[in-house]
Design a protein. Structure first.
Length: 221
């Protein structure tokens, strides 16, 4: 299960790099950026679910909750909707099995918590520090554990002792690591935008004849 998580995190690192590239190139087209972001996260969720830790036939565990929570938190409703739809379709109609309902519920709860956090963040403007990110990750994966009660024939009794500890410790840490990458990307984009704004302001200043006269003394130069 730990190996599966590490594989999914490495996949998400690649997605974070590509997502950053998309945001830079399509900064003036937010809808298209969200659309492509949703497709990227959707593909990542599909790959994660096709390379899972198999507890038993039809009961699988992977990093989809990390992926979908991050997609919702940083991509917004459009990216969240696309990625969630892709993950649900694969889990219900292709993978199926005994864990179908529990798996679908974990997808929905992860995306929902991420989306609620997205709206909270956009309104509060408070920075996402370690404690906030870990709290979001913990809630996402506590709900993932709760979804195991939907497994048939009380199979949660055999599942919980195996997955509870890694799900409530390693998964939130993995979520924090991925969120840190996205936050670094956001900070880089903000700095680039500020630099461009500053360059444009100075360009206008020096192109204005009156401004030059105010800045340059005729006698001293």
């Amino acid at each position: 299960m730990i190996l599966t998580l590490l594989q999914n995190i490495s996949l998400l690192v690649s997605i974070a790099v590509v997502f950053h590239f998309v945001e830079r190139r399509l900064g003036d087209k937010p809808f298209l950026a969200s659309l492509l972001g949703g497709l990227l996260f959707g593909v990542a969720a599909i790959i994660a679910m096709l390379t899972p830790f198999r507890f038993s036939d039809g009961i699988i565990y992977d990093g989809r909750t990390i992926i979908l929570a991050a997609a919702s938190l940083f991509g917004g409703p459009i990216a969240a909707g696309i990625a969630t739809a892709a993950a649900l379709a694969l889990r219900i109609f292709y993978i199926g099995g005994l864990g179908k309902l529990a798996g679908a519920m974990s997808i929905i709860t992860a995306a929902s918590v991420g989306l609620i956090s997205y709206y909270w963040r956009s309104r509060s403007r408070k920075p996402l520090g370690f404690s906030r990110i870990m709290a979001i990750g913990f809630i996402v994966h506590l709900l993932m554990l709760a979804s195991q009660f939907l497994l048939p024939d009380n199979r949660w009794k055999t599942v919980m002792p195996v997955i509870a500890l890694p799900v409530l410790t390693l998964y939130p840490l993995g979520f924090f690591f991925i969120c840190s990458l996205f936050l670094d990307n956001e900070e880089r984009l903000k700095n680039i935008a500020l630099l461009r704004e500053s360059e444009a302001r100075y360009k206008i200043l020096f192109q204005s004849h009156n401004s030059i006269m105010l800045l340059i003394d005729d006698k001293t130069g």
